[in-house]
Design a protein around this ligand. Structure first.
Ligand SMILES: [Zn+2]
Length: 708
């Protein structure tokens, strides 16, 4: 599961990525906002000269974090800390794995919609051959349209699923086509301009027809939801304790006799030419694997791609789950099923990642001291674990992504997905540190500058923001979720606390982190640079819980998401409880609202009181109190304050979605042609990377899957 990570602060705290520990489809974006459209009609201003497009964000060291913005998207770049600590052999492994990943890039395009690759080719041809005015407004809109399609791996919005509306007219488009020497068929004109054609990639409203109204290409046109559901039922053996993921790697079609057939994605099957390229690179990866377990897993993955046998996919996942020894890890395959309205078929995805060496060291320290934290937690004695081990949780840095994971990327991943494998063999959970860093560099300080009460707060945030953010995440994950215990005979929180279980658990883990954040122990362990850094963590939490996070809600909406709720009920509860003592002062200035922490020690005591109570709620399964806490403090939004936050956030112009340019891995050869190093290069702009990907990794020749 992508972003099924239980993380709370991270980027979500600072920038506001939606994360969930539950089973929600991955909202990978910085916010959920309606898609902006520029509806232009014929005769509009498309020949007018366009204004310059600046909007790069560069840091003091000269690194360009953001290369551009368009529509509702910002394009960022990430650095890869730790790359230089890898051996040449490890760098080669990362290189082969990223090449394998990119080799499958076009699969995802075809999966998303059967005309995506042809439309992309058409638009890229125009983009690279049109000789007319490139400064005209119409051209800029064409460019923006193409960039949105690149960003979404197809003609539908990656999050909203609706088809992009071109910001230019049919006439202007035909003019571009003529000026580029290409013909556009009537069918493709309809695909681009007719709102009724392929209107939605994934339709989740059963009344509209899940398959019937979805443009996604997992099923041949004409197959009905009922037919497919009936077919899938015939595959399932309810007595099988280790069921394969039926349908994960195939497209369903009908043969000439009208029978449903599966076209399997494998070597020699559908997408075979791209899969063969993937296999070739994976074979090279095997030769430089870090250890035998990693090599064995890669070999199993190759076998699976050769045969399409889903038993081998499971066997591979078991091996992969057990491979924890190396510094390099990867995801490669048909993994997440969110793009299938029926939830069977996996989108092609790849991520290649290296260990974050600094944060691994941090986690190690916390795990080694897990008992100390448990012992010093403000829990009732009956709710303390006698012997506690921290949860294994890793921070990684990505070095390359493709398919479902790019350009829009998750910030956390927890795999494999098969429940029985998770139960028997465990899973691997990571948070992607360098992606979070890029978000922080480009949006984090803007928000703090706007919503912070005073200069001191802004200053601390600049100095310590990133560090306390990482520490909070680590405390939340490693210490928070691992702490406390249920009273004998009390059922699982999912039974006792029901719909409040996840927000209570997330809040509990947050409170463990908040309670210990100013503790001298953290400074002693070398995890926190100074007491001010602990105060910075409090400022940021309160500011986010009371103000900043409201920017992600539609006007009039309640807070629904578990983490958003817990941040609200924690921040509002301490605000309320500390009101008499002015622990947190509410300040109005220029008609704007600010919160100023006046007494950090009393605030810590309030967090401690709440933590003890929340642990009691969990340990005793106290549904009534859980409900009261969440409903009274974590759900409703003051409409006036909400409107104010939206207006203040709006003027910062932080786009709701972000995507990434990947570094390019370049082999460095000596005079004899031997590889002596692999260097990371950072491409300057999005279009260059997208065009070179199309050229280099266009392994799917011609239309793959026209309707039979
Ligand atoms: Zn969590």
């Amino acid at each position: 599961m992508i972003v099924k990570l239980c993380k709370v602060l991270g980027i979500l705290f600072w920038v506001g990525i939606l994360l969930a520990c539950g089973n929600e489809p991955a909202p990978l974006e910085q916010a959920v906002q309606p898609v902006q459209r520029t509806g232009l009609t014929d005769g509009d201003d498309w020949h007018v000269e366009a204004a310059a497009q600046p909007e790069t964000i560069t840091d003091a060291m000269g690194f360009v974090w953001q290369t551009e913005q368009f529509a509702d998207v910002q394009i960022l770049r990430y650095q890869v800390p730790g790359w230089d600590q890898l051996s040449l052999r490890q760098k080669q492994l990362a290189y082969y794995l990223t090449q394998a990943g990119l080799a499958g890039r076009d699969i995802m395009w075809d999966q998303n919609y059967r005309h995506n690759l042809a439309i992309r080719k058409l638009l890229e041809t125009i983009y690279t051959s049109y000789t007319g005015n490139h400064d005209a407004l119409g051209w800029r809109r064409f460019e923006s349209y193409l960039k949105r399609i690149w960003f979404a791996n197809g003609i539908h919005h990656h999050y909203a699923n609706t088809k992009f509306v071109p910001g230019f007219s049919r006439e202007y488009f035909l003019e571009l086509a003529r000026g580029s020497g290409v013909e556009v068929s009537a069918e493709f004109m309809a695909v681009i301009f007719d709102p009724a054609v392929a209107a939605k990639k994934v339709e989740l409203d059963p009344d509209k027809g899940l398959l019937e109204s979805s443009a996604v290409n997992f099923y041949a046109p004409g197959l009905t939801t009922a037919e497919v559901e009936a077919y899938q039922r015939t595959l399932v053996d309810p007595a099988d304790p280790t069921p394969i993921s039926h349908g994960l790697n195939s497209r369903l079609e009908k043969d000439n006799a009208g029978r449903i057939i599966e076209r399997v994605w494998k070597s020699g099957g559908l997408y075979g030419s791209a899969i063969d390229a993937i296999i070739r690179w994976l074979e090279r990866a095997v030769t430089v694997a870090e250890n035998d377990a990693q090599a064995a897993a890669l070999e199993k993955l190759i076998e699976y791609y050769r045969t399409g046998d889903l038993r081998l996919w499971d066997a591979y996942n078991i091996l992969w789950t057990g491979t924890t020894g190396g510094d390099i890890d990867y995801i490669n395959g048909f993994v997440e099923v969110y793009a299938d309205p029926l939830g069977y078929r996996g989108a092609y995805e790849t991520i290649v990642q290296i260990k974050d060496f600094d944060s691994s060291a941090r986690m190690r320290v916390l795990m080694d001291h897990a008992s100390w934290f448990e012992h010093h937690a403000p829990f009732l004695d009956a709710h303390k674990r006698k012997d506690v081990v921290g949860i294994v949780y890793n921070v990684v840095n990505v070095v390359g992504e493709a398919g479902d994971a790019s350009p829009s990327t998750p910030v956390g991943v927890n795999l494999p997905n098969a429940d029985w494998i998770r139960a028997r063999h465990g899973s691997k959970s990571v948070s992607i540190g360098n992606i979070e860093q890029a978000y922080l560099e480009t949006s984090g300080t803007l928000l703090a500058d706007e919503f912070a009460h005073d200069e001191q707060e802004i200053e601390w945030n600049r100095l310590y923001g990133e560090q306390v953010d990482q520490l909070h995440t680590a405390l939340h994950e490693v210490i928070g979720h691992a702490s406390g215990m249920l009273e004998p005979g009390v059922g699982d929180p999912s039974e006792t606390l029901k719909n409040y279980a996840s927000t209570i658990e997330e809040g509990r883990a947050d409170l463990m982190s908040l309670y210990f954040m100013p503790d001298p122990k953290l400074i002693e362990l070398g995890l926190l640079p100074s007491p001010d850094a602990g105060r910075c963590a409090y400022d940021d939490y309160i500011r986010n819980g009371l103000l900043q996070q409201l920017r992600r809600l539609e006007p009039g909406a309640d807070i629904e998401e578990a983490h958003m709720r817990n941040r609200a009920w924690i921040a509002r509860w301490v605000l309320e409880q500390g009101r008499a003592d002015q622990v947190i002062a509410e300040v109005k200035r220029d008609n704007q609202t600010y919160y100023d922490i006046r007494d950090y020690e009393k605030l810590r005591a309030l967090f401690g009181r709440l933590l003890r109570e929340v642990q009691r709620i969990k340990s005793q399964g106290d549904y009534a109190v859980a409900r009261a806490l969440v409903e009274n403090f974590g759900v409703k939004v003051d409409p006036a304050l909400h409107a104010e936050v939206l207006a203040r956030a709006e003027k910062l112009k932080i786009p709701p979605y972000a995507g990434f340019i990947n570094p390019r891995l370049e082999q460095v050869l000596d005079s004899a042609g031997n590889i002596i190093d692999i260097r990371l290069e950072y491409p300057q702009d999005f279009a260059t990377q997208m065009l070179s990907y199309s050229k280099q990794y266009g392994f799917l020749p011609g239309p793959m899957t026209d309707a039979p």
